[in-house]
Ligand binder design. Structure first.
Ligand code: ZN
Length: 63
């Protein structure tokens, strides 16, 4: 699986944004999901801190 993630600004753990679907095109040529210009608030699964994240903070992770 691959996914788009943010990095928690508090504990630097991964904050998942979007799981990437099953096609090979998705896997090798991922398109960045849209994040609203005002940002998107997400809660860190590790430390439970909420931050507003921006599009340019998204990164792609293959695992
Ligand atoms: Zn955290």
């Amino acid at each position: 699986m691959a996914r788009w993630v943010f990095t928690c600004k508090n504990c630097f753990e991964i904050v998942p944004h979007t799981e990437i679907g099953g096609t090979l095109m998705d896997y090798f040529f991922p398109t960045k999901p849209k994040v609203p210009t005002e940002g998107q608030e997400l809660e860190c699964p590790q430390c439970k801190t909420k931050y507003v994240y921006q599009q340019n903070e998204l990164r792609y992770e293959r695992n």
